[in-house]
Write a new protein. Structure first.
Length: 554
């Protein structure tokens, strides 16, 4: 990231913004807790690449996008990983006489001098973008299989013909696995024993993919190492165990939630990865369309009532709740949360974690919260009637309550609450907004291309397309490139349906109307369904029809 003075020099020298505009944007960035550069890029006032290309001109440096280069590992490792992270500089080419370096900082004279002395030859600095540097730094741990193969080779040289089973090897395999998962942006690590092998899989952008296979002999060592890290019982192999641990990786606090269960061939481990240093998103970044966004903003501004987020596990509900909490988190309000578990730490918010073993449940926590003079309460999940009743009573007595519920869509939430035994008048008078959501993979913008819809796709989307012919519509997909590992997708975005409480819906609740009546009323008030929102994003080139169908099919 450019230093503030360098950023101002670039914006003014290259004529990107006027001084008055810079002052206005600086004030807006400060209010949102962002740096000026982050604000300009997030709000799409200046494109990241455009900004750094102009900065390169300002400081008379060549520009390079590392994502467009094939960076070899032997070149990358000319600079030690920790040094590269600390100074945000990477080596991307070496012709034997000169090393090509890339950095976001145009002032790297001391760094260049250090690298030249270390390598014994000249170095030349190129300017690049923060995104390009971040992607290049991930290459240090990009290929877990190669790293472990190297470990096996080193081991074989010491003890020929024996598998890597010693404690030190297990520790190194676990360390490599964790770092590789972080580098690939994985949300979960699956370590699964079979009769002959141990399989490691990463969940990236919501999809599981096999990363590598290990000899079964090392599995017990891996399990033991993870149990030590998570403070679990090493000698317990018959019962499920849950734990957590944290590490600091490249100045980021990474939390790992560990779940271990006994299976036929040993113990299976699933590790959820949570970056506690990541910043909450904005509502715009979540991917809400204009009308649903306006509804959510109206619901947030109300001093009391309930905002419910629904969807299956892994659909981004917690991220949406944290985004809303970040918006309402001001010094004038008292915010309390009860979660299972606490996924992200937020300054200024009082966060609690349930502990059923000592009786600290969602319901008991809510009762205690009401004696803590709260303005806003977040309940991780409404799982039972008791929690639901306390939550709606809290919303009725002047508190804004945020929570999640497991239903397939927004409309079904209303009959679901009634089926839980909550009084109709409580549901009708407390619900402000219901948000149903799914996560779809985004098309890789480096290899995106248009294509005509197929007959099968059109038939699957007949209702959403409202009678348009396949030839009338153009959609997009990713053909695959090295930036997305030839998968055509990179990153995820939400698709939503947002239901606002209206007098018509309140009347149906009081009548205990069937679900079909609620669906009809929602359509009459022009609610965008998950399929509608997904189709709109497919037409905009954000995702594909296949992704929309994958997450919306019942």
């Amino acid at each position: 990231m450019l230093h503030y003075e360098d950023l101002i020099a670039t914006l003014t020298n290259e004529g990107l913004l006027k001084e008055s505009e810079i002052a206005t944007h600086t004030d807006a960035a400060t209010k949102e807790g962002l740096s000026l550069e982050e604000y300009l890029i997030r709000k799409k006032i200046v494109a990241e690449r455009e900004l750094y290309e102009h900065a390169a001109k300002t400081f008379a440096l060549p520009f390079v996008d590392c994502k467009e280069k094939s960076v070899k590992r032997d070149v990358l490792t000319l600079i030690p990983e920790q040094f590269a992270h600390a100074h945000q500089v990477i080596a991307w080419d070496d012709d034997g006489t000169t090393i090509a370096l890339a950095s976001t900082n145009p002032h790297q004279s001391q760094t260049i001098e250090f690298i030249e002395k270390r390598a014994g030859r000249a170095a030349r600095l190129f300017l690049t973008t923060p995104t390009s540097i971040a992607d290049a730094l991930r290459l240090y741990h990009k290929n877990l299989a190669a790293e472990v193969a190297l470990l096996q080779t080193e081991h074989d040289e010491k003890i020929e013909g024996t598998p890597i089973t010693d404690d030190l090897s297990a520790v190194r395999v676990v360390d490599l696995t964790l770092k590789s998962a972080i580098a690939e942006g994985a949300s979960d690590i699956h370590i699964e024993p079979t009769d002959r092998m141990t399989i490691i899989r990463f969940r990236v952008d919501g999809m599981l993919k096999k990363t590598m296979e290990l000899e079964k002999a090392i599995h017990s060592g891996i399990v033991a190492r993870i149990k030590v890290l998570a403070d679990l019982k090493i000698d317990e192999h018959r019962l499920p165990q849950d734990g957590r641990f944290k590490i600091i990786e490249n100045d980021q606090r990474i939390s790992f939630r560990v779940s271990i269960i006994p299976v036929a061939d040993g113990e299976k481990i699933v590790i959820r990865i949570l970056n506690e240093s990541s910043r909450p998103l904005t509502l715009d970044q979540l991917g809400l369309q204009r009308e649903p966004l306006a509804i959510v903003e109206r619901g947030i501004k109300k001093p009391h009532g309930m905002i419910l987020v629904t969807g299956p596990t892994g659909s981004g509900k917690t991220t949406t709740l944290y985004t809303i909490l970040n918006i309402v988190n001001t010094p004038e309000v008292n915010i309390l949360t009860v979660e299972d578990p606490i996924e992200y730490r937020m300054p200024g918010i009082n966060q609690s974690q349930v502990n059923p073993r000592i009786g600290f449940t969602f319901a008991n926590a809510l009762r205690s919260f009401l004696r803590q003079d709260p303005n806003i309460i977040m309940v991780g999940e409404i799982r039972d009637t008791e929690t639901g009743e306390i939550a709606v009573h809290a919303a009725l007595t002047g508190h804004l309550v945020l929570s999640t519920l497991h239903t397939n869509d927004a409309v079904t939430t209303l009959p679901r609450l009634l089926d839980m035994g909550i009084a109709p008048f409580l549901v009708a008078s407390t619900i402000n907004v219901i948000i149903a959501q799914r996560l779809v993979r985004k098309i890789c913008q480096k290899c995106i291309e248009p294509f005509a819809t197929t007959t099968t796709s059109i038939e699957s989307l007949t209702n959403a397309l409202k009678g348009k012919k396949g030839s009338d519509l153009k959609f997009f997909h990713g053909k695959g490139c090295k930036q997305c590992n030839n998968e055509g997708y990179k990153g995820r975005v939400g698709i939503y349906e947002v239901l606002e409480m209206t007098p018509a819906l309140s009347a149906l609740i009081l009548e205990r109307a069937p679900r079909d009546a609620f669906v009809k009323a929602a359509h009459e008030q022009k609610m965008l369904t998950l399929l509608d929102d997904g189709l709109a994003k497919a037409k905009q080139g954000i995702t594909t029809i296949e992704e929309v169908l994958r997450v919306t099919k019942e």
